[in-house]
Design a protein around this ligand. Sequence first.
Ligand SMILES: Nc1ncnc2c1ncn2[C@@H]1O[C@H](COP(=O)(O)OP(=O)(O)OP(=O)(O)O)[C@@H](O)[C@H]1O
Ligand SMILES: [Mg+2]
Ligand SMILES: [Zn+2]
Length: 367
Amino acid sequence: MEKEGHVVLYRKYRPTTFGEVIGQDHVVTVLRNALKLDRVAHAYVFSGTRGTGKTTLARLLAKAYNCENLSKDGEPDNKCDSCINFASGKALDLIEIDAASNRGIDDIRDLRESVRFSPMHAKRKVYIIDEVHMLTKEAFNALLKTLEEPPAHAMFILATTELERVPDTILSRTQSFEFRRIAQDKIRERIREILKKEKYKLDEDGTSLVTFLADGSMRDAESMLGQLMDAYPEGADKDALENLFGLPKLSSVHELLHAALAKDPKTIVELLASILERGLDPKMLSRLLVHESRTLFLTLLSPKVFDDLKKDISEDHAKFFEDHKDTPRKDAELLLVKLLESHNKGFRGAFQELPVELALLDVSVRD
Ligand SMILES: Nc1ncnc2c1ncn2[C@@H]1O[C@H](COP(=O)(O)OP(=O)(O)OP(=O)(O)O)[C@@H](O)[C@H]1O
Ligand SMILES: [Mg+2]
Ligand SMILES: [Zn+2]
């Protein structure tokens, strides 16, 4: 039973106030101002990559708008009947529609029918339509009619990861916000908070690795932490993380970079063979290579970058950059450019490991 607690880490840590939302300041500020000035629009589009707070902010906006005790800075009190209702997910005036499974014209007709009725308790009825890009053309047209003449007592929040699939006619009738990937330092900080609250130990390198793997998505970070806590209830480190997710060891990644810079193609070929033999993910290997070579390049350009970095990584990890601080900049740059090129070629079809191998070898045989 206890295990399940960790699986839902990302629900447990869903922000309940605007102040708890990390990143997305450009959205949060505008929404809070609109709430304070009572100028909340009738329709919003929240777009952007997965796990960055779209659904979270949609629900927060719905709750805050209907709060009976909104604070001066636009925060819901989370205590009034309305807030409690909205937070429980049982508010009759909050209608969440998953457009991925309700894509058709009939679904939107039902919505248009229900929109006509006033809210039961709330100031406004709120419709959150998730994955809105999945609607059929006819359904979009029907929705458009509602957005053209939205009843004063309703609000629409459309969320999507694929903004380009939402028709312009819809966008022009809404206020649109693009959610950004969350900055690494913000994700790292939140991970540390969660570790503290959960009384769970993960070392600095492990924390950095989760931050890196999350790639801007707080939900991904939280679900990785959850899996880690289930697999290693006593605490974990970078090695545990590498085991759990089948990642190549950071030390192997560093050895490969070293071999390329030291013009040692033999080692590259042998090392790669032994890494891939273990069935590790070539894409993950490639991402780590790009990441570490980029860091190396940046530390060569600026000692300050390196000083800042040292605070967040282990001595072992820092030692790689220390050991390579005399690398000619143009070598480091070439390595980064080649690895990035090969990474961007993608990982489809057979011989997925080949582009990485060629990139490393290419650098290692130049003089
Ligand atoms: N900006 C953020 N600040 C704090 N926590 C966040 C943020 N974004 C996401 N999270 C965490 O991730 C979980 C999922 O976020 P949310 O459902 O809002 O993502 P989403 O953008 O709607 O993703 P998707 O596109 O997959 O639907 C939240 O419950 C929360 O724990
Ligand atoms: Mg969502
Ligand atoms: Zn309230």
